[in-house]
Design a protein around this ligand. Structure first.
Ligand code: NAD
Length: 337
């Protein structure tokens, strides 16, 4: 098989891929599929992208030999599933590599906010041991509202319980997950209650047409003054305009964001500026992203929650096994279509 990996830099355990797929023709690129000369992709039978390669009709119809996509990620909102289904392309993801990894990162963002870790370190680096202005707050007894009680949401809930927080969860799959919630001692509530009763809200659900802007103006209006928002899932779950308004009115006290709405625009912003008249709405999102990044109450990280050595090895090992299963036509739970 001709297998193409995109968005894999040298530090991404390239040897593991080459060694495990020695029987195949493997090409590895650091760029996204959009940045690679299409000639170099033309022979691809299995495409293994990360999340910044838009696997849409424009790209996929240029790959005549393509049979499968095995994404190196949990999320698959960058893949046009309808097109894949209509064109008999199989799609695989990596559902289980990072539940601890992403939950730990979310908690790290929360602690950075609650204990002003970044300002504290910068204060000392600047030569001062004065702690004026560095007072934080306890997490114990605060109410955490978790939207999405899947693999990551459950691990995050356990961590919150370990910090003696009150934990409320909401998930559309309530009937399947009630037992987990009960055994963990977390409360099963409505989305409305998450909005109205939480000191902190953390998002752990996929981006779909239903979940886009699940945090919008109306949702923020319902929240308690001083709420903290955490998003390590997908940027488009939060309407940036609404978040900026919430920060402006001080309804939102802090935000910890590993993901931003339209974050791929930031990577390609130079090109975008050249095309500005055509893409005014994208420019607005880009501008809002920059305002969020500069706000001292907002902690933005570069979609880095997945990024540990351990998680990377699990991702690539799973993608290799997804490829093996596809080639050997073995049924797999990781196959989306
Ligand atoms: P998961 O599939 O195990 O859990 C997602 C949960 O969301 C499910 O229980 C599902 O029922 C629930 N859900 C779906 N639609 C919902 C809705 N409308 N309202 C409420 N709940 C809803 O996924 P996971 O492994 O926990 O990952 C969650 C998300 O985290 C992924 O979709 C991905 O976007 C993101 N992620 C981010 C990073 C990163 O580096 N920042 C890494 C991995 C995953």
């Amino acid at each position: 098989m001709n297998i193409t990996f995109t968005e894999i830099s040298e530090d991404w355990q390239v040897t593991l891929i080459k060694h495990s797929l020695a029987d195949h023709q493997v090409k590895i690129f650091a760029q996204t599929a959009q940045e690679i000369d299409i000639e170099a992709l033309a022979e691809t039978e299995i495409l293994c992208p990360f999340i910044y390669s838009a696997c849409d009709q424009t790209l996929l119809q240029k790959l005549p030999r393509l049979k499968a996509i095995a994404t190196n990620s949990t999320g698959f909102d960058h893949i046009d599933l309808a097109y894949c289904k209509a064109n008999q392309l199989s799609v695989f993801n990596v559902p289980h590599y990072g539940e601890h990894t992403v939950a730990e990162f979310t908690f790290a963002l929360l602690l950075a906010i609650s204990r002003k870790i970044i300002d504290s370190v910068n204060r000392v680096k600047s030569g001062s041991f004065d702690f004026t202005g560095l007072r934080g707050f306890d997490l114990a007894n605060k109410t955490m509202g978790i939207i999405g009680f899947g693999n990551i949401g459950q691990k995050f809930a356990k961590m919150c319980k370990g910090f003696d927080m009150q934990v409320n969860v909401y998930d559309i799959a309530a009937h399947q997950l009630h037992q987990e919630a009960d055994s963990m001692g977390v409360n099963w509530v409505s989305l409305e209650q998450i909005f109205t009763a939480s000191d902190i809200i953390s998002l752990h659900l996929p981006l779909t047409s239903e979940t886009k802007h699940i945090i919008d103006h109306a949702a923020i209006q319902k929240m308690q003054a001083g709420v903290i928002l955490l998003n390590t899932s997908r940027g488009d779950l939060i309407d940036s305009t609404a978040l900026l308004a919430g920060l402006h009115s001080k309804k939102v006290a802090f935000a910890g964001l590993d993901v931003l709405e339209g974050e791929s625009l930031i990577k390609g912003e130079i090109e975008l500026l050249h095309e500005q008249t055509k893409r005014a709405s994208e420019l607005q999102i880009l501008l809002e992203d920059h305002v969020l990044i500069q706000d001292k109450r907002v902690f933005v990280t570069p979609h880095n929650a997945f990024n540990t050595q351990d998680a990377l090895a699990r991702i690539l090992t799973t993608t290799v096994s997804n490829i093996d299963n596809f080639v050997s036509q073995i049924k797999s739970d990781n196959q989306i279509i």
